[in-house]
Design a binder for this molecule. Sequence first.
Ligand SMILES: [Zn+2]
Length: 113
Amino acid sequence: MPLASDLNPNRAERCAGCGEPLGLGPWWCIETQPFHERCAPWESRAFPLSHEIRRLRSLRRKLTRAIAVIDAVGIALRAAERRWPDGALELLAASQKAIEGLDARMRELGWRR
Ligand SMILES: [Zn+2]
């Protein structure tokens, strides 16, 4: 929610809360009515950043899944390293497949290599 006084600092109206001139702000426009910041009916407004809380939860879930994939690929590659060079072609193919899976997952999350 943008601070209305930042958008239009010279609005010559009165506060819908206290009736005093808005002045230079800060003031807010709530449902088309201007309020001094201290007079705005904040208690009747839902927290405007709830969507950010949901976004953070979603990001955390994705990162948690990504970390699990990173750990699994790391374990697989360390195991392949210990077996090396027994079954070299099979080890390389399996390792490459694991890396590609990790890269695909990271791309889904917006990461680049
Ligand atoms: Zn006021």
